[in-house]
Design a binder for this molecule. Structure first.
Ligand code: H2U
Ligand code: ZN
Length: 340
C-alpha cells in the first residue's frame, strides 16, 4: 500500500490512538492563491473588553491594572477550585467519581486588544513565555498540583469569549486523560530505548523532510504523521527537555520566534485570523523525575476548506475514530509554502 492513494489508519504514537486517512477522497481545495490579509478592525483599546487594562471584569469581579506587557489573574469563574472537600465516590464500581482540586488563571499576552501571537514582536512573545515559565514553576511547586496545563482558545469558532490576546492555565491534582496517555506512551518508549519518543520521532521527520513546516536552532514545527485536524501542527524541541523551566535564553527566544512564525503562517491559509486551540504539553509537577517527557506544543485548528467551513468530528468519528482526507504531507507542503 502507499500513503498517498490507499485508505489506511495511522497510529498516534503519543497517545496510542488511531486516525483513519482516506487520501483518495482528497479534493484539492487549494488554488495556490495568496491574498493580502484583511485589515484588523479591532481597536487597540476596547472600553467594553473584560481584559483590556483599567477595565472592570465580568460581573464587576475586579478592575484590571494599567498593565504594560503581560498580565495574569485568577480566573473569576474557575472550573477547578482549591478549596473543596476531597474524597472518592463509588457504587459497585459502576458509579465512580473522585474529587479534583486545582485552580485556573487567565494570562493576557498584551495590553493591546488588537494583537494576536502572529503579529506580536519576538520580545513581546518572549515576555509571554517568561510568564508561562513562572506560572508553571509557581503553580507546579504547590504540594497538591501535579499537572499544569497552559492553553489558548483562539477565535469565536473555538468558543473563545473574547478576541483580546489571552490564554489560560488550569493546574490540578490529577493528570488529565490526554496527558496521562502521553505519559504512558513516552514512558514505555523511554524505558525500552533510553531516549525520548519525540527525539526519535523528530530525527526521522528531519530525515524525511516532508512534514516540516518551519524550524530554527531550537524547535521544529511539523504536521504530525498522525494529525487529526486538517491543519494540526506540533512544535517540538530539538533537545530532550521536559518543561519550560529547562529552556535557556536562546531557546526561549527561539520558541517566541517559531510561535510567531507558525501563527502568522496560519493567518495566511485562508486570509483570516486563524482560529485554533493551542496547548503546551510538558512534564507533570508531581515531584518525581520525568526523563521520558519531551516538551511540545499542539495546535488544533478547526478550519477545513475556508475561513468559514469548519471540520466537525461527527458520525463515524464519534462512533469509530477520527478521519481525514487531506494527508499530513499535503497540508505540510501547503503550510511550508506560506512561511515567510
Ligand atoms: P476563553 O479564552 O476560552 O474565551 O476563556 C476566557 C476565560 O476568562 C474564561 O475561563 C475568564 C473566563 O472564566 N474570565 C474571567 O476570569 N474574568 C472575566 O472578567 C472574563 C472572563
Ligand atoms: Zn481587550
Amino acid at each position: 500500500m502507499n500513503l498517498t492513494d490507499h485508505t489506511h489508519r495511522r497510529l498516534n504514537i503519543l497517545t496510542g490512538d488511531w486516525v483513519l486517512v482516506s487520501p483518495h477522497r482528497m479534493k484539492r481545495p487549494w488554488q495556490g492563491k495568496v491574498e493580502a490579509l484583511m485589515p484588523d478592525t479591532r481597536p487597540q483599546y476596547d472600553p467594553k473588553c473584560y481584559l483590556c487594562p483599567t477595565n472592570t471584569r465580568a460581573g464587576g469581579a475586579a478592575t484590571n491594572p494599567d498593565y504594560k506587557d503581560t498580565f495574569v489573574f485568577d480566573n473569576d469563574f474557575m472550573a477547578i477550585t482549591p478549596d473543596i472537600p476531597t474524597g472518592d465516590f463509588n457504587k459497585e464500581n459502576l458509579l465512580v467519581a473522585k474529587s479534583e482540586r486545582g485552580l485556573c488563571r487567565v494570562i493576557c499576552y498584551s495590553p493591546r486588544h488588537d494583537l494576536t501571537m502572529g503579529n506580536m514582536s519576538i520580545p513581546e512573545l518572549r515576555k509571554v513565555i517568561d510568564l508561562w515559565t513562572k506560572e508553571y514553576l509557581e503553580l507546579g511547586s504547590r504540594e497538591y498540583i501535579n499537572y499544569v496545563q497552559i492553553f489558548e482558545n483562539k477565535g469565536a469558532i473555538m468558543g473563545c469569549s473574547n478576541p483580546h490576546p489571552h490564554g489560560q492555565i488550569w493546574a490540578q491534582e490529577t493528570l488529565p486523560t490526554e496527558v496521562e496517555k502521553e505519559t504512558r506512551q513516552q514512558k514505555a518508549h523511554f524505558d525500552k530505548y533510553g531516549h525520548t519518543l519525540l527525539s526519535d520521532y523528530l530525527k526521522l521527520e528531519l530525515k524525511e523532510k516532508i512534514r516540516i513546516v518551519c524550524e530554527n536552532d531550537s524547535f521544529v514545527a511539523l504536521v504530525p504523521f498522525w494529525a487529526v485536524w486538517p491543519y494540526e501542527t506540533m512544535i517540538v524541541s530539538r533537545e530532550s527537555i521536559g518543561n519550560l523551566t529547562q529552556l535557556n535564553g536562546q531557546q526561549q527566544n527561539d520558541l517566541a520566534e517559531i510561535l510567531q512564525k507558525l501563527t502568522a503562517t496560519y493567518d495566511k491559509v485562508f486570509d483570516t485570523s486563524f482560529p485554533y486551540s493551542m496547548g503546551i504539553h510538558q512534564s507533570p509537577t508531581d515531584g518525581t523525575a520525568h526523563p521520558e517527557w519531551h516538551f511540545h506544543i499542539h495546535f488544533y485548528p478547526p478550519l477545513l476548506r475556508s475561513a468559514t467551513v469548519k471540520k466537525f468530528m461527527v458520525g463515524y468519528e464519534m462512533m469509530g475514530e477520527p478521519q481525514r482526507d487531506l494527508t499530513a504531507e499535503f497540508i505540510a507542503e501547503k503550510l511550508h509554502g506560506l512561511v515567510l
